[in-house]
Design a protein around this ligand. Structure first.
Ligand code: NAP
Length: 495
């Protein structure tokens, strides 16, 4: 029998991806030494640990996809691949000494706020307990795989797995007939990677994705040396990439009509990649580009030119022991099914019960949809911070940049709390309401709420995932905590 532990720490971070690691590093640099990171898996890395499907890479240029405080001069390519990004995270955690603060196999299942003591009490699945006055949830927006309830799936006799749970080693697909369900950002990367080795690949597309050419290339040794010797050179390139991506924001957020140019580029790309007009017609999206995430690939569309790859656009009707039956009643005999069906984004923290002031759960607070002030704080949940929370995702630039802004915001809010001798800090309900109203107002003009269904929108059709403005605007907003939006509680009094 193993005995469970009870530990108290100045700060507890849940999750060890880009967000958790940055938070731990900055807390320590800011003088908060007693920090632990609780991780349910057996290694660090978040999304870049879980998503190791063949072909997995980042679609944000690598020069921008790193922490500002830990540039990496020796990225292999313009768009880094998963193994190198994962290694980068491990390296940063080691270099900044936060790997030692991580506890693996610690699946937090409950976080309960004690109002009297202004402390969070955490409980893990194994029964270990942690107490802290500062809780940071860095569990990521894309961490819980979404597995559709396909009729008959349980009767399938072959292999079934989700793209974020790709088997290590032999995945069993080589020389077999496989079905892929879903054609989002993940599938677009793994379909071309597995097509050459499956016996036959049948791809079930519900909605065609928009795809632009990927301007990828390897970096030369000279470039890497240059960046290594002169970090300023890489900073300039990074600023250039940031500016280029940021320049597209108006088309996403205010003038979706301006997206037509990008559509033309994508359609030319489709024409070059696929000769058969009927196949092209099936692959051509029927909504405004940008409404769903714009994908980058030079080989996805081309895969369908292969004789051993079939595109099915009639939907999935049911699964049988050895086949997927499409909406038109056709049987597709397969030995394996890969679910490229995305993540539960608008219902986060599904496996974690969070209980705030007055015994109110976060699930209850979010019954009408998730919402958070600036993406980082929720009224009624003092001393708790979210990283990559509601309305702080991006459709057009690097999330690492946003994560750093949020981390700085948390650091400054905790400093404010300390400087006032306060026991608790939380956001005012009114401030959160104003923020959410602003998000709704801004979102109504964006390309995301005009013409398609995507995981950006919740079940009521509201954008509760993306920040509907420029990254620079978010940066400005996050520079200092706005004291009038916060409640600081000191020895029984609040201000
Ligand atoms: P996704 O973009 O949400 O795509 C899921 C796909 O599955 C969609 O094609 C969806 O169709 C389909 N689908 C879902 N449920 C289905 C059902 N019941 N029947 C048939 N089809 C179904 O998921 P993802 O590809 O895993 O990507 C998720 C996000 O991860 C991306 O948007 C991106 O933010 C991130 N990502 C990033 C990178 C990167 O390079 N940085 C790479 C991979 C992923 P509908 O479109 O019709 O819903």
């Amino acid at each position: 029998m193993t005995s469970s532990t009870l530990e108290r720490h100045e700060a507890v971070i849940v999750g060890t991806g880009f967000a958790g690691i940055a938070m731990a590093i900055r807390l320590r640099q800011d003088g908060v030494q007693d920090v632990v990171l609780l991780e349910k898996a057996d290694d660090l890395g978040g999304t870049w640990r879980d998503n190791r499907y063949p072909g997995c890479a980042c679609d944000v240029p690598s020069n921008l996809y790193s922490y500002s405080f830990a540039l990496k001069p020796d990225w292999d390519r313009a768009f880094a691949e998963q193994p190198q990004i994962w290694e980068y995270l491990r390296d940063v955690a080691r270099r900044f000494g936060v790997d030692r603060l991580m506890r693996f196999g610690q699946h937090v299942v409950e976080a309960r706020y004690d109002e009297q003591a202004a402390l969070w009490h955490l409980r893990t699945a194994a029964g270990d307990r942690y107490v802290t006055p500062a809780l940071v949830l860095a569990t990521g927006a894309l961490s819980t795989p979404s597995k559709p309830a396909l009729t008959g799936l349980e009767s399938f006799s072959g292999i079934v797995f989700h793209s974020a749970e790709w088997p290590e080693g032999d995945d069993g697909l080589t020389g077999r007939r496989a079905a892929v369900i879903g054609t989002g950002a993940s599938a677009v990367q793994f379909v071309p990677a597995i097509a050459p080795r499956t016996k036959h690949l049948t791809v079930f597309q519900r909605t065609a994705p928009w795809i632009l050419p990927k301007l990828d290339r390897t970096f030369s040794a000279r470039e890497q040396q240059l960046y290594g010797r002169f970090p300023l050179a890489q900073k300039l390139v990074r600023a250039g990439v940031f500016t280029r991506l940021e320049s597209r924001v108006l088309a996403f957020t205010a003038h979706p009509g301006a997206m037509q140019m990008a559509e033309k580029v994508a359609l030319r790309h489709l024409e070059r990649q696929v000769r058969d007009p009927e196949l092209r017609r099936k692959l051509r999206p029927d909504y405004r580009i940008g409404c769903k995430r714009i994908l980058l690939s030079n080989d996805y569309w081309k895969s369908f030119e292969r004789d051993d790859v079939t595109l099915v656009t009639d939907g999935v009707s049911r699964i049988e022991a050895n086949a997927v039956v499409d909406g038109a009643g056709r049987r597709h005999d397969v030995d394996a099914i890969v679910l490229g069906t995305g993540f539960k984004v608008t219902e986060p923290y599904g496996d974690l019960t969070i209980v705030g002031v007055g015994g109110r759960t976060l699930t209850d607070a979010w019954r009408d949809g998730m919402e958070a002030y600036l993406g980082v704080a929720v009224a009624g949940f003092p001393n708790m911070f979210l990283l990559v929370g509601p309305n702080s995702g991006l459709g057009h630039s690097s999330m690492v940049f946003v994560i750093e802004r949020q981390v700085e915001y948390v650091i400054k809010t905790l400093r404010l709390k300390r400087s006032r001798g306060a026991e608790a800090v939380s956001v005012r309900g009114e401030a959160q309401r104003r923020f959410v109203e602003e998000m709704d107002r801004r979102s109504s003009r964006t390309v995301w709420t005009n013409g398609c269904k995507s995981w950006y929108l919740d079940r009521f059709g509201r954008n509760r995932t993306l920040w509907p403005a420029s990254v620079l605007a978010y940066w400005r907003r996050m520079r200092q905590p706005h004291e009038h939006d916060l409640v600081l509680q000191t020895g029984g009094t609040t201000s």
